[in-house]
Design a protein around this ligand. Structure first.
Ligand code: GLN
Length: 548
């Protein structure tokens, strides 16, 4: 018997931004993807970032927001985290590209004589490489529908080659490529009227790149009225029902429900010639309802740095941590209230530490460098001594171990060689195999990045949380707990409840519940594997201790 071979016609939906950035292209991409997935299609997503950086690893989080880490170790934009969380899928480095990456592969291909002596040009070779990358990602995911978000705003020089790639792809597959323009409609306070003109210009500019939007997602403070919809339809050559009103909503998880009220997925499927197989947003709806109905609060202090930029406080650098705290809190029907604390405050004003008692739990997320470190260590000590639930992630775990060694084992100069390379007691140190890379300033090669397995000890909080002996978690760090101190630390009560399978690397440290309600740190980043419909077990365990 021969199985009938059907050639899959993949559909591509490009999401581009008009008027200005930061109005929710990533959430629009994720939400549309999720709603199409709910109709029974396999969906994958790609992010295109116009900058030259090859990855997001070296970028300053204050400027760029969080560096998200994929299972394969790729360091990328935080939108990739949104795609994974909304779609519940695992993406790879093939789903992320930057101008730097695209040029790098074209240039190295040229150096390898793969263009066979032809003149290699910006056009068409750069857009062709972009298209190859999109197709590779779609093939790898075996996706029915590929969502592609082009970073930046129409009209910038930076993303023009990506728009050219999109135009070329549409030209190759006219029936299979679609465009969503996410644009902003301002309401100038002196005029008091919502203005469509900037979006009309954006559409014209997009037209100038040879692209006509199929859908316009109209972002604004308020709901779009009929008159504005008609105007946009008339001047931007779309149907009125293709103009989607996207007012500000309280939470990013509601955006999708708002789209669905306006039949966006049905509309898109019709355009794509696809018949929906189901309509299953039950779990998503339930999540949003719990989120809205949760009344009782849980107060968590997040002690970190990177918060201030000029007069603004920035929490984007910890986006995945914030979202993971929310999912865990909502799963317990609690409304999370997060408090941002700059750890440097404890260095200048130690009496502020006692304010930590106001919170039901304290979390210290990952970080690098020496700023604010002593303040963090003091906060950890305060939590340990006062039975305040403490959750340390990556640096937050390393500092927890340092605090323990300094104050319980009484080794006062215990430190990480990241901050004090000359310490007599390098409790946190580079593994010998990494030292050579550091000496050669080969920093890119010195991080432990991406997914690694760990095994958990019986009878521990970790084991109880995961309900499994073996786990896999994502990493992004250079330093490790120094094996020379492990025996001494464990003898004095802190348990390494999770280790690498060969037991060389310490993955989770915790105090037994008999000694402290929750004092636990993970060397890995659990926040990269938490989603609304699947809150991460360690975050849930932490929140349980907080609400107790
Ligand atoms: N700075 C620490 C290290 O490199 C921790 C990194 C992190 O928190 N992501 O090991």
């Amino acid at each position: 018997m021969t199985a009938k071979k059907t050639v899959k016609k993949t559909k591509y939906i490009f999401v581009v931004g008009g008027v200005m950035s930061g109005v929710g292209k990533g959430i629009t991409t994720s939400s549309i993807g999720k709603s199409l997935q709910a109709r029974g299609f396999s969906v994958t997503a790609l992010k295109i970032d116009p900058y030259i950086n090859v990855d997001a690893g070296t970028m300053n989080p204050t400027e760029h927001g969080e560096v998200f880490v994929l299972a394969d170790g790729d360091e990328c934009d935080q939108d990739m985290g949104n795609y994974e969380r909304f779609l519940g899928i695992t993406l790879s480095r093939d789903n992320y590209m930057t101008t730097g990456r695209v040029y790098q592969s074209v240039i190295s291909r040229e150096r390898n004589l793969e263009y066979k002596g032809r003149c290699v040009e910006v056009v068409p070779h750069i857009p062709m490489e972009v298209i190859d990358r999109i197709k590779r990602a779609s093939k790898q995911a075996d996706a029915d529908i590929v969502m592609i978000e082009i970073g930046g705003t129409i009209g910038e020089y930076q993303n023009i080659l990506f728009l050219e790639a999109a135009r070329m792809l549409k030209n190759m597959h006219p029936q299979d490529v679609f465009f969503v323009l996410v644009s902003y409609l301002p309401i100038p306070s002196k005029i008091g009227e919502m203005k469509t003109k900037p979006t009309q210009y954006a559409t014209r500019t997009l037209n100038g790149a040879g692209i006509q939007p199929d859908i316009i997602v109209a972002r604004s403070d308020r709901e779009l009225d009929e008159k504005r919809k008609e105007k946009l339809a008339l001047f931007c050559s779309v149907r009125k029902e293709d103009v989607i009103s996207a007012p500000d909503v309280e939470s990013i998880y509601e955006v999708l429900l708002n789209f669905e009220k306006q039949h966006l997925s049905t509309n898109l499927l019709k355009k794509m010639g696809l018949r929906p197989k189901k309509n299953d947003l039950k779990d998503w709806n339930a999540f949003v309802s719990t989120m809205k109905e949760s009344q009782k609060t849980v107060d968590i202090a997040v002690v970190g740095k990177y918060f201030k930029t000029g007069d603004f406080m920035l929490s984007d650098a910890y986006l995945s941590v914030i979202e993971s705290l929310k999912y865990a809190a909502y799963s317990l029907k609690r409304k999370p209230v997060l408090h941002w604390i700059d750890s440097e405050e404890y260095e200048t004003n130690p009496s502020a530490l006692k304010d930590l008692k106001k919170y039901t739990g304290v979390l210290i997320p990952g970080g690098f460098g020496s700023r604010g470190i002593e303040g963090k260590i003091e906060a950890i000590r305060f939590c340990r001594e006062n039975n305040i639930p403490y959750f340390g992630i990556c640096y937050g775990m390393q500092l927890m171990v340092i605090e323990y060694v300094r104050n319980v084992l009484n080794i006062k100069d215990a430190h990480t060689t990241e901050v004090n390379p000359k310490t007599e007691n390098p409790v946190i140190d580079i593994m010998p195999e990494q030292k050579k890379n550091i000496r050669q300033k080969n920093y890119g090669a010195t991080m432990r990045l991406g997914t690694y397995p760990a095994v958990l000890k019986n009878g521990t909080i970790a084991r109880k949380a995961y309900k499994s002996k073996e786990i896999e978690e994502r990493h992004r760090h250079r330093y490790e707990v120094n094996p020379e101190y492990i025996a001494r630390i464990e003898e004095s009560g802190l348990i390494f409840s999770g280790t690498s399978p060969d037991k060389r690397l310490m993955e989770i440290a915790e105090l037994p519940v008999a000694k402290h309600p929750f004092f636990l740190g993970t060397q890995f980043h659990p926040e990269f594997q938490s989603s609304p419909l699947k809150p991460h077990p360690v975050f849930v365990e932490f929140l349980k201790a907080c609400v107790k």
